[in-house]
Ligand binder design. Structure first.
Ligand SMILES: Nc1nc2c(ncn2[C@@H]2O[C@H](COP(=O)(O)OP(=O)(O)OP(=O)(O)O)[C@@H](O)[C@H]2O)c(=O)[nH]1
Ligand SMILES: [Mg+2]
Length: 226
């Protein structure tokens, strides 16, 4: 009896991870928006993926939903130029935001993009959290820091992802995480930011990210397919 209970208790986190990832697999394309005013109805909860162009936002989204064809990925930076919405159910969404820092984008276009992002961060009531994707080889670049400032000002929690961790050895990846964490905590309070290693290619960090999304999107209250 006691032994059965111990086994069940040990299994619980594993079963929860499994069910979070299973729920995330329900994600399907909902709609694109060229600007903030075209976003879908602001109900329920959504989590947005942001980051420098080519950091791997779309790849991370595809990995955590276990659907390689969900968001379009590309070797050419600047692929995602719209806000792309994916629905998990009628009250839960994931959003792939356009990347920043794409060299070929003109200053005027970059300004317009920044305005849309600030508008989105400040006004989107259903925004429950942001996943800020970075290339582990170039963490916390100027625009990442800007984005972090906007998110803190808007009081939106941020998960900082050091993606492409497979590009570094284990020890180097861990020490980069350590250093980047220390820098991030100088910019934002730890209750609002968390950081983790990730590799879309090697399926590293997927369970942790899945658990974070499940919490922000409140999977605990049950999902529906409405
Ligand atoms: N080695 C490695 N490559 C990755 C990883 N994640 C993404 N990539 C590669 O990085 C490139 C860019 O990935 P995307 O997911 O399209 O990046 P993005 O941030 O969505 O880019 P934009 O939409 O242009 O802003 C692609 O060639 C991916 O295959 C990773 O974890 N490891
Ligand atoms: Mg993309």
């Amino acid at each position: 009896m006691g032994r059965k209970l111990v086994i069940q208790t040990r299994l619980q986190p594993f079963l929860k991870q499994h069910s979070d990832l299973k729920t995330l697999r329900k994600a399907s394309f909902l709609q694109s928006a060229a600007e903030f005013s075209q976003c879908p109805e602001d109900i329920g909860r959504e989590v947005a993926f942001v980051g420098r162009s080519n950091a791997g936002k779309s790849s991370v989204l595809n990995r955590v939903t276990d659907n390689s064809r969900l968001a379009r990925t590309s070797k050419t930076p600047g692929r995602t130029q719209l806000l792309n919405f994916f629905k998990i159910d009628d009250r839960r969404r994931l959003v792939d935001l356009p990347g920043y820092g794409f060299a070929k984008v003109q200053a005027k276009q970059q300004k317009a993009w920044e305005q849309e992002m600030v508008l989105y961060l400040n006004n989107r009531r259903s925004l429950a959290g942001l996943v800020l994707v970075m290339d582990i080889r170039h963490p916390l670049q100027h625009m990442d820091e800007n984005f972090l400032h906007w998110a803190v000002a808007a009081q939106v929690p941020v998960r900082l992802l050091l993606n492409k961790a497979d590009k570094l050895g284990n020890n180097q990846a861990k020490s980069t995480l350590f250093r980047a964490q220390a820098s991030a905590y100088q910019l934002a309070p730890p209750d609002l930011v968390q950081m983790q290693l990730f590799s879309s290619t090697k399926n590293q960090g997927t369970e942790d990210l899945g658990a974070c999304l499940a919490e922000w999107l409140d999977f605990a209250s049950g999902t529906n397919n409405g």
